[in-house]
Each structure stands twice: as structure tokens, then as C-alpha cells.
Write a protein that binds this ligand. Structure first.
Ligand SMILES: [Zn+2]
Length: 169
């Protein structure tokens, strides 16, 4: 397994729309294992293939405290959404940046597992946020797209400042 480099905003490759996965082979399993390793190494709770510059509809998540509930969704589609919640989100492509985003409280998602079998996952609360956030990445969308332009400009300025400080440290 290997840790893959994560693209950081504003890398234009984060705007790529991912293609459906059609081949469920050993290469896909290896890629998913690498995604998990990359996510765990970065202390993230979710990661989409787009973020490692692979433009296929693959996402991984693990919201558990002990990091032992890996969830991999291939070709995920939202079947139903219910309610709404505001959750403070972060993103491995925006290190150190957090912002409140409003999303559905519950989602019912149809996807495929690593062998191509259809699975249906019902998620609520933080896991539902995570799945919606990662699915957005596969469509080239990032969480700051939900903010007002003023709020987004302020956050991106802060991100820029953090980067400059990190570069000069
Ligand atoms: Zn993200």
C-alpha cells in the first residue's frame, strides 16, 4: 500500500468530473487500499479519488473513533435525502480550513462494493455529511462552493496566509 499525494485547492484538477468505475479488478482493490492509507495517514474522515488525481467515482470514509469502520463506495448515487443539518466541515484539500455547511441530515445511497455488487447505505448525521462532501468532489465540487462569496474570500485569504507562514517557517 502507499500514501498518495493529495491535491490542494485551488488546483484545477479538483474541478474534474470523475467517470464511473466499470472494471472491478485487483487494481481497483489496490487503489481503494491506497485511498484508505492516504486518508488515515492524513487523519481525515473521508477522501475522494479526485483528491489524489484519479478521476473515477470512488470514495472512502471512516467516521469511527478507532478508525476501524472503513466504508468504500464505488459509483455512489443518492437515492433519497431527508432533513437538513449544519455541520462544520474540513477537507484534506484545504488543510486547516473549516466552515459551516448546510446539507441533508439523512441520505440513502446506492453504490457498488469492491466486487461490483450493489449495496445500499443509509447514513445520518456526520456520516451523511461526509458522504455528501466526498460525492461532491467526484463532481468537481468543493465545500467552499456553498459559502457566500464574502465568507469564501475571507477563508481563502486565511488559507493563503497559513500557506505563506508554513512556507517561511
Ligand atoms: Zn474534501
Amino acid at each position: 500500500m502507499s500514501v498518495l499525494p493529495i491535491l490542494e485547492f485551488p488546483d484545477p484538477r479538483l474541478r474534474t468530473r470523475a467517470e464511473p468505475v466499470r472494471v472491478f479488478d485487483a487494481k481497483l482493490k489496490q487503489f481503494v487500499a491506497d485511498l484508505f492509507e492516504t486518508m488515515y495517514a492524513a487523519n481525515g474522515v473521508g477522501l475522494a479519488a479526485t483528491q489524489v488525481d484519479v478521476h473515477q467515482r470512488v470514495l472512502v470514509a471512516d467516521m469511527s473513533d478507532d478508525r476501524k469502520q472503513p466504508l468504500a463506495l464505488i459509483n455512489a448515487q443518492i437515492l433519497e435525502k431527508e432533513g437538513s443539518q449544519v455541520y462544520q466541515e474540513g477537507c484534506l484539500s484545504f488543510p486547516g480550513l473549516y466552515a459551516d455547511v448546510t446539507r441533508a441530515l439523512k441520505v440513502k445511497v446506492k453504490a457498488q462494493d469492491l466486487d461490483g455488487n450493489e449495496i445500499v447505505v443509509e447514513a445520518e448525521g456526520p456520516l451523511a455529511v461526509c458522504i455528501q462532501h466526498e460525492m461532491d468532489h467526484l463532481d468537481g465540487k468543493v465545500f467552499v462552493d456553498y459559502l457566500s462569496s464574502l465568507k469564501r474570500a475571507l477563508l481563502l485569504k486565511r488559507l493563503d496566509k497559513q500557506r505563506k507562514q508554513a512556507a517561511s517557517a
